[in-house]
Design a protein around this ligand. Structure first.
Ligand code: GLN
Length: 473
């Protein structure tokens, strides 16, 4: 498509070079043709996209403001509810589930003129780092088809990288937006916890779940966040803080900005990842930023704490999938309790079962204090590390992943190796601070690598400004 950014579509529409209906149709034809290469989309929603495009065209014809995302094709991770459109969470248990309502983010995107063209593949219930836990097959990385796109929001990252969507939505609990963004070479943003309503996001670990944007530029990601952020009475954890005009502040000025570099994070980054991150940091210095070494000592315990907290919350959240209320009900059951067992046995994949068992264990009587309570204390220490760091720096930069994108099948049999790869992303998630990945180059093999930027709560504006200045190169 010739118009492939929010701004270029807007300008084309206002100049009457094309209509929103034309954009929708062209985007759908292209996405349906290209999708077999990656398996990024699980479903296309042509009717809905065209109906929304007609509304955008009507607004423009009437001389009305068509909205921040007017005529922009958007892909939505399949853990976010879309009324009347199947929402599977990448799971057999919800294979045929059609939600009766829209998530708040979906409503807001459409109110802003965005065109939802389809739902994207992901790890089952967002549990995973490679998209290989989807019941509907893995996603291929557009930059290297024998490799994973990252996870769990692999389909949303791949669609934006493959240009089958202009922007997309992912969800991040411990890195599921930043890591696939880094692996696919696109921008991915995890906003402050509470910045975006979670209403209509199928819960994995409620105290950690975030919805956030993918885009091919910082500006587009910032605009999408602006369109969907803000207080929602339907989510009591959504924050009542004003939503700034993020894109208006991308002026390239970062001179004097104080940047923290966590030295221990750099120590674990391997080979070419280290070199690319190091080069990125030197470039920030060239832009006039002041670098400072910082320490985030509680990081050593982050992976352990995260996998206790997220599995505990998941075991409780996923109790609702019992065959009686949503989706699959096993046919071959004589009693009610058989029906529960069989439905969950048939419907959930191995990673989801592993997490439900782990979570049930750490919450059980006798182990609660030893595991769950201790993990909550570690979470407080991690948050304190960031609070201390942000007293002397404006932003922190770090790798997203210790290594570049791996091959499909490479880590699938080793859950521990997969869990450890989340080391740099889960600290930001546990602290609830805004963090993002911005492309910082490719390895000799052409594999994308992202630079992670983390800021203090509700300082998205500063984060975007730094990322945008970096992106301009
Ligand atoms: N990879 C992490 C996990 O498997 C993060 C997932 C996520 O952020 N949804 O839990």
């Amino acid at each position: 498509m010739t118009a492939d950014s929010i701004q270029s579509i807007r300008e084309g529409l206002l100049r009457k070079e094309f209509s929103a209906v034309e954009v929708a149709r062209e985007a759908l034809v292209f996405a349906e043709r290209e999708n077999p290469k990656t398996n990024a989309f699980l479903l296309f929603s042509a009717e809905r996209a065209v109906a929304n495009a007609e509304r955008v065209d009507a607004r423009i014809a009437a001389g009305e403001e068509p909205g921040l995302l007017a005529g922009v094709p958007v892909a939505v991770k399949d853990v976010i509810l879309t009324k009347g459109l199947r929402t599977t969470c990448g799971s057999r248990i919800l294979e045929h589930y059609v939600p009766p309502y829209d998530a708040t983010v979906v409503e807001r995107i459409e109110a802003a003129g965005g065109l939802i063209i389809g739902k994207t593949n992901c790890d089952e219930f967002a549990m995973g780092s490679s998209n290989e836990n989807s019941a509907f097959g893995p996603v291929r990385n557009p930059a290297a088809p024998d490799r994973v796109p990252g996870g769990s929001s692999g389909g949303s990252a791949a669609a934006v990288a493959q240009k089958t969507a202009v922007i997309s939505l992912g969800s991040d609990t411990g890195g599921s937006i930043r890591q696939p963004a880094s692996f696919c070479g696109v921008v991915g943003v995890t906003p402050t916890y509470g910045r975006v309503s979670r209403y209509g996001l199928v819960a994995f670990a409620s105290s950690l779940d975030h919805i956030g944007p993918f885009a091919r530029s910082v500006r587009d990601a910032a605009t999408l966040l602006e369109a969907m952020a803000g207080r929602d009475p339907l989510d009591s954890t959504s924050a009542d803080a004003p939503v700034p005009n993020y894109a208006a502040h991308l002026d390239g000025h970062v001179r004097g900005m104080k940047i923290g570099v966590p030295i221990s994070y750099m120590r674990h980054a391997l080979g070419e990842t280290y070199e690319l991150i190091d080069k990125a940091i030197r470039r920030l210095k060239g832009l006039g930023c002041e670098l400072r070494e910082i320490s985030l000592p509680a990081t050593d315990y982050a992976v352990a704490a995260y996998y206790i907290i997220c599995t505990a919350e998941a075991s409780s959240n996923l109790a609702r999938f019992d065959g009686a209320r949503y989706g699959l009900r096993s046919a071959a059951s004589a009693t009610l309790s058989d029906m529960y067992h069989n439905t969950r046995g048939e419907g959930f994949g191995p990673e989801v079962k592993r997490r439900i068992m782990l979570g049930t264990y750490v919450l059980s009587h006798g182990y609660y204090d030893a595991y769950y309570k201790k993990a909550q204390k570690v979470r407080a220490l991690i948050t304190r590390d960031f609070t201390n760091a942000f007293q002397s720096v404006d932003a922190i930069v770090a790798p997203v992943s210790p290594f570049p994108v791996f091959r499909i099948g490479e880590k699938v049999d080793d859950p521990m190796a997969m869990y450890l790869s989340d080391i740099y992303t889960i600290t930001g998630s546990l602290a609830g601070i805004p963090c993002m990945s911005v492309p910082c180059g490719t390895t000799n093999e052409g594999l994308p690598v992202g630079l992670q930027i983390l800021c203090n709560h509700f300082h998205e504006q500063q984060m975007f400004r730094l990322a945008d200045a970096f992106e301009r190169r």
